[in-house]
Write a protein that binds this ligand. Structure first.
Ligand code: ZN
Length: 130
């Protein structure tokens, strides 16, 4: 298993980790198989979406904030319930097909680490299997 480190810069921060994941795939030596990504945190997630226009990432962050405002009378005493809820909705894992040693992604797709309670030092587990 490979472990990626991600340093996030703000409370919400969608970080493009496609190049780092591709490097983990290359280092694994697996040509054809699957790449499983897992985020071992309760206030951060992983998703795949458009990487070409940074405005998409911005819109995802802004709209999630509208639906789940930081303060909204939540029961959880730690005060970061919005981040927990976003994490459950976005999800803790993604699976990408590997072919010819490359991640098989659509033309416009990038893999995003999704910080919802940053800034923090985070991890992503990467497992590539043939
Ligand atoms: Zn909490």
């Amino acid at each position: 298993m490979h472990e990626l480190r991600v340093k996030t810069r703000s409370r919400n921060d969608l970080v493009d980790i496609t190049a780092e994941v591709q490097k983990a795939v290359s280092d694994s030596g697996v040509d054809d198989g699957v790449c499983l990504l897992f985020v071992p945190h309760t206030t951060a997630a992983v998703t795949i979406n458009e990487g070409a226009d940074p405005a998409v990432r911005q819109d995802i962050e802004a709209e999630l904030d509208k639906v789940f405002p930081w303060r909204d009378g939540y029961a959880h005493a730690e005060g970061n319930s919005a981040a927990h809820i976003k994490t459950s909705l976005v999800g803790s894992s993604e699976t990408v097909i590997v072919g010819g040693g490359r991640l098989i992604l659509g033309t416009w797709q990038s893999i995003y680490f999704c910080e919802f309670d940053g800034p923090r030092d985070r991890k992503v587990y990467v497992r590539v299997t043939a």
